[in-house]
Design a protein around this ligand. Structure first.
Ligand SMILES: Cc1cc2nc3c(=O)[nH]c(=O)nc-3n(C[C@H](O)[C@H](O)[C@H](O)COP(=O)(O)O)c2cc1C
Length: 352
């Protein structure tokens, strides 16, 4: 087994273990993916990655972080996604959508404007979260139980649209300090009802959503979840790897096929904690303790490094973000470096 061995997830076959990690492009209007997204995602499909994941895609307008993020809460967005999905499929690659709600990390300006909060005239909205706990200088409103149930329904509706658009898989974004994470981490969640307090209560929103999404997508379609394996916050409230292992076991029981083990979201991670492959050990521990398939992410940039993660069975997928920005052809280049034969689009064969 190596980086170019196929991976079977329910009915889905990935031709290799290389995944393009979700990366926000802040380039959409009204949540509709456009030409930029077609070329960005399409180029990486041409470049040979087995699975392309879209950037975080909001399930409702309030789920956006900035007004330039993408969404899938209406049919116009669905149709635009279908165009991209079809192109990726023509390149013999697979594509998954990352469904997301920003919660208390929404209503922000474009990164070019340093992501400061939007005011009313600029189209800002009242952000809501598990609790009225400050996140990045903003205190969100606490969601009611009824609103939590509505949000679960919005994820399920978005999942239906994603299936209709032809996506091969769905990843729920439950990391990086966004809404699901704002529930399961006690750093933010201070609720005293059935959605706060104990571990079981804090993971309830995510688990209920997984169940509803699983109900509306085909049995044969794999479901992925990205979590923050740790908060990188050293207080009793901080989410730990042990918590992630317990959560992953429950996600597995509820029909999740693969966990991407990322980290952080509420605080800057200190430099000494970030090094090549710095989060691989999270994926390895979750895989070893629960038996669920995992994806490793974070500073994986080189073919031999990526290959070793797979051959040593630390993870089942390598999920690569920034190196794919530098090199859309990372997969083809990696095959060359490793001396493995892989398919090259016929249009480009004279170059490789
Ligand atoms: C420009 C950019 C946008 C990102 N957007 C997302 C996103 O939409 N969803 C997500 O889960 N992670 C997002 N991330 C995090 C990456 O997917 C990845 O976890 C992180 O960059 C570490 O991987 P790397 O070292 O290979 O870049 C983003 C990262 C970058 C650089």
């Amino acid at each position: 087994m190596n980086l170019f061995s196929p991976l079977y997830l329910r009915s889905l076959t990935l031709k290799n273990r290389i995944v393009v990690s979700p990366m926000q492009q802040y380039s959409a209007i009204n949540g509709i993916p456009g030409n930029w997204h077609l070329v960005h995602l399409g180029s990486r499909a041409v470049g040979g990655a087995g699975l392309i994941l879209t950037e975080c895609t909001a399930v409702s307008p309030e789920g956006l972080a900035t007004l330039n993020d993408v969404g899938i809460w209406n049919d116009e967005q669905k149709t635009a996604w279908k165009n991209i999905v079809d192109f990726v499929h023509e390149q013999d690659a697979k594509i998954g959508i990352q469904l997301w709600h920003s919660g208390g990390k929404g209503s922000l300006r474009h990164p070019n404007e340093r992501m400061k909060p939007l005011n009313d005239e600029e189209g800002g909205w009242t952000v809501k979260s598990s609790s009225a706990t400050e996140i990045n200088g903003v205190v969100p409103k606490e969601l009611t139980v009824e609103e939590i149930h509505e949000l679960t329904k919005k994820f399920a509706d978005a999942a239906v649209r994603a299936v209709e658009a032809g996506f091969d898989t769905i990843e729920l974004h439950a990391g990086h300090g966004y809404l699901f994470h704002q529930f399961y981490s006690a750093v933010i969640n201070k609720r005293e009802d059935e959605y706060g307090g104990s571990f079981e209560n804090r993971i309830r929103f995510l688990i209920e959503t997984v169940r509803e999404v699983r109900k509306v997508i085909p049995e044969i379609m794999p479901l992925l979840v990205r979590i923050s394996a740790v908060d990188y916050i050293d207080t009793p409230e901080g989410w730990t790897l042990e918590d992630s292992i317990a959560l992953s076991e429950i996600l597995k029981e509820n029909g999740v096929d693969l966990i991407t083990a990322s980290g952080g979201g509420f605080t800057n991670v200190s430099k000494d904690k970030v090094f090549p492959g710095y989060q691989v050990s999270f994926a390895a521990a979750i895989k070893e303790k629960t038996g669920i398939l995992t994806g490793a992410v974070g500073m994986i940039t080189e073919a031999h490094q990526a290959n070793e993660i797979i051959t040593s069975e630390k993870a089942d997928l390598v999920i690569i973000a920034r190196e794919h920005l530098r090199d859309p052809y990372f997969a083809i280049h990696s095959a060359k470096k490793l001396g493995i034969v892989t398919e090259i689009p016929w249009q480009y064969q004279r170059a490789f």
